[in-house]
Structures are given as structure tokens and as C-alpha cells.
Unconditional design. Structure first.
Length: 120
């Protein structure tokens, strides 16, 4: 499955496994993969999605395991800050959040913002 593939390619930074999906993806698939990643790797794992749909609309997705949330990370705050790069907004829960935007060209900058927050 895609979740297994993403976990196999994950990097470990500052003790946190960071799984990433980029590029064109169906938004529902990205959300499903995020929750699958958390189920398969329930500790010290973050999922970052910096994707766009078939119409070119950018989507940021951040999922954090419970231990990372308890350690002070907040997916909603992280995604809200990064969404500025794609001229968008969003939010969610401390452990899972998404944001949409209008500027696909800002996806890499948004991704880097999320990554930097998690791997501080």
C-alpha cells in the first residue's frame, strides 16, 4: 500500500520519523495514507503531505503521533503557518490538520516550513 511505501522512504530527523507525500494526489487518498501511517507507526512519527489535486489546487496535510503532540507540536498551528506560502488557510486538531490554497508554486516553501517546525 502507499502508506507502507511512504514509511519505507521516511527519514529520521531529531528522532522523529518523517513520512512525506508530494505531487499530484487525490485529497481523500492523502488523508487515508496519513491515518494509515499513524496506525502503522504510532510513535515518534510525522506525516507531511504537500500535494495538489487534478485541478492544481494545493493541499497541505500534517499528521502527528500522540507522543509528538504531548511533546508540544501542534499540527493545526504548523499547517496554518505553512498555508501562507500557498495563499491559503486551514486547521484542524493538534494531531491532524489540513490546509488548502490558491498558489501551487508555494508548495515547496510550505513543505519546508512544516518540515522545519517538526525537525527543529
Amino acid at each position: 500500500s502507499l502508506a507502507n511505501e511512504v514509511l519505507e522512504k521516511a527519514t529520521i530527523t531529531e528522532g522523529i520519523k518523517i513520512a512525506v507525500i508530494k505531487g499530484p494526489r487525490i485529497p481523500d487518498v492523502v488523508k487515508t495514507v496519513a491515518f494509515s501511517v499513524r496506525a502503522k507507526s504510532p510513535e515518534s512519527t510525522a506525516f507531511i503531505g504537500a500535494t495538489f489535486d487534478m485541478a492544481g489546487k494545493p493541499l497541505l496535510t500534517v499528521m502527528l503521533t500522540d507522543d509528538l503532540v504531548k511533546g508540544g507540536l501542534n499540527a493545526s498551528a504548523i499547517v496554518r503557518e505553512a498555508a501562507k506560502s500557498i495563499k491559503g488557510g486551514g486547521g484542524g486538531q493538534p494531531g491532524f490538520a489540513q490546509a488548502g490554497g490558491k498558489d501551487k508554486d508555494g508548495l515547496e516553501q510550505a513543505f519546508q516550513s512544516i518540515y522545519d517546525h517538526i525537525a527543529k
